[in-house]
Design a protein. Sequence first.
Length: 165
Amino acid sequence: MRRTLLLLSAGVLALTGCSATVGPPEVTFFGDGHTVNAEPIVNCDALLKSCSENPDAAVTLKVRPGKPVQISVPSEIGDTPWLVNVQYANAKGELQPVKQQFFSPGDKLAYTATGAAADDQLVVVEVQQLGAAYAADQAGNPILDENGNPQLVARAFWSLQVQPG
């Protein structure tokens, strides 16, 4: 009996000692033949009660003008509302308005970021995971979008800084 308990205890210790630590979800960016994984710069729980920050988590890729950046998110992000912000410059080097694409929970796990024209240069590609908290004005009233829905607040974000290739 004692030998069985010792073996069982050793087995439990071996299993717990080998379990992988789970960290924050990573986003994969692929552009111009290169891939980089990014950790979140800010990562909060769904209600934005507990947050961690990693200001050095932004990643970089060299991407030539006109080339897209493909984004892949894990289901931990894709199963929640999330969005992509794309900042790009036109052929003259002038920054253009940010393009934003929203995804409903479970809708997609990948997206291809591009500029508006074939020779636009991507500058920044950002992924935001939205939480259950709503944006509010100073009086505490929810801020509504153009459809009358409360605006969700970003609970985590990942950033790719594009270097012209």
